[in-house]
Ligand binder design. Structure first.
Ligand code: NAD
Length: 429
């Protein structure tokens, strides 16, 4: 099928590439000239495992192209996916100006029937507004359908998630676009759930809020574990093996971050408020998350006492493993708090250092993980990159001024760390 994706970011680029991979003809549109130029020249603006190879392959076969022209994307496609940002406003509600802008752009160049699919995460009832906007700004009486098709991919696993989705949700106002949407997703051999638009939009916020809730739940349990001498990993295994609960998202940490959970939670709380419901449960999820960072920071202060002029190594800047995304990263927040207290930071991340540079200045960016701890009074693990588990701990201990480690991701074995002579503080154990 001929499709265009408007917004070529983490979601749009993966969506476009994977659709091309299964045989659709895809045009990725973005208003960022430099990004499009980079992609046209064979570069990739984000790190996502497996993505670069797929882009190269599909560009070479002619199935994937890039442009800054929405007109070109719309004219040459039957289905137009929107994957632009939906960032938070200061009060936590969603800034829908990018969505509105794109709906207007599409309307102004549409001359034949199109299916306009919203892939961005939006508040329930946004679909109605998109319909109204397209009608208002379309010069001729062109027919169109608006569909909600929320995206569930995880950064760091985005290609795999997109190619093998648990389910695809398709929210529609009429049956007309359903066949085309089924055809789009047929190559993925996954369940397709067809709903009304409002339900589809609500599914996305409900899903992300539930996942955030699971993380805050285990983080709350970690507080009880620390207070009672229990081990949160054992508890997580014990409850997670119950299939009604599941083990995923039960890893205690210094809290969740990233460009989705924090904003989607705030958004869902605001959406609920507008619909007349006080979603106090989700407010507590936010509070637990904020307190988890505070508790971790306090552990550092309690151990090191004065942070001014203390040299601290930090492993991990991305908001989670396998990504270069530092938006709302707990690791960055932690670094900024340490810096505010006068700590001197040496930091390392396998993929996120370039992107971190705009948020984190006056730190030493170190080229390899085993050198971060050199001359440090303490080492902090802030992101769960799998390679950090392979840290040369003997060497790290030897090069540190004091062998103190704060592990915000519970990567290491308690007994092993004790045997190696570390003062080792992790979460919930
Ligand atoms: P992003 O910031 O990485 O990418 C958005 C892209 O849209 C940017 O390249 C930007 O230049 C472009 N853009 C903005 N306005 C445009 C316009 N008028 N025309 C063309 N391009 C335009 O954002 P993202 O992380 O891909 O998120 C996009 C949406 O998907 C958000 O609603 C987000 O909540 C949702 N989502 C994100 C993830 C994720 O893991 N990142 C997962 C599921 C859903």
């Amino acid at each position: 099928m001929k499709v265009s994706i408007i917004g070529t970011g983490y979601v749009g680029l993966v969506t476009g590439t994977c659709f091309a991979e299964v045989g659709h003809k895809v045009i990725c549109v973005d208003c960022d000239d430099e990004k499009v130029k980079l992609l046209q020249q064979g570069g990739v603006p984000i790190y996502e495992p497996g993505l670069e190879e797929l882009i190269q392959k599909n560009v070479a076969s002619g199935g994937l192209t890039f442009t800054t022209s929405t007109r070109e994307g719309v004219e040459k496609s039957d289905i137009i996916f929107i994957a632009v940002p939906t960032p938070p406003l200061p009060d936590g509600s969603v800034d829908l100006s990018f969505m509105e802008g794109v709906a207007r752009d599409i309307a102004s160049v549409m001359t034949s029937y199109k299916i306009v699919v919203d892939k961005s995460t939006v508040p329930v009832k946004t679909g109605d507004k998109v319909v109204e906007t397209i009608r208002r700004y379309c010069k001729s009486q062109v027919e169109f359908d608006v569909v909600s098709n929320p995206e569930f991919l995880r950064e760091g696993f985005a290609v795999g998630d997109f190619l093998k989705p648990d389910r695809v949700v398709v929210g529609v106002r009429s049956q007309r676009p359903v066949t085309a949407m089924r055809e789009m997703y047929a190559p993925f051999n996954c369940p397709i759930i067809v709903t009304d638009i409002n339900s589809a939009e609500l599914i996305k916020h409900a899903a992300n809020s539930f996942l955030a809730l699971k993380i805050s739940y285990i983080n709350a349990i970690s507080v009880l574990c620390e207070a009672s001498g229990a081990n949160v990993q054992e508890v997580a295994n014990g409850i997670g093996m119950d299939h009604r609960i599941g083990r995923a998202f039960l890893d205690s940490s210094l809290g969740f971050g990233g460009s989705c959970f924090p904003k989607d939670l705030s958004a869902f709380i605001k959406i609920s408020e507008k619909l007349g419901y006080d979603f106090a449960l989700l407010k507590e999820v936010q509070c637990i998350n904020a307190r988890q960072m505070d508790r971790f920071f306090k552990k550092i202060v309690d151990t090191l006492w004065v942070l001014k002029d203390k040299k601290i190594g930090v492993l991990g800047l991305a908001f989670k493993q396998n990504t270069d995304d530092v938006r709302m990263s707990p690791a960055i927040e932690l670094c900024q708090r340490l810096q505010k207290e006068g700590a001197i930071l040496r930091v390392y991340d396998p993929k996120a250092m370039e992107k971190a540079k705009s948020l984190l200045q006056n730190v030493t960016y170190v080229a390899d993980m085993n050198s971060v701890a050199e001359g440090c009074d303490a080492l902090v693990v802030a992101t769960e990159w799998p390679e950090f588990k392979k840290l040369d701990l003997e060497r790290v201990r030897k090069v540190m001024t004091h062998p103190i480690m704060f592990d915000g991701r519970n990567l290491f074995d308690l007994e092993e760390m004790e045997r190696l002579g570390f003062i080792y503080k992790s979460i919930g154990r």
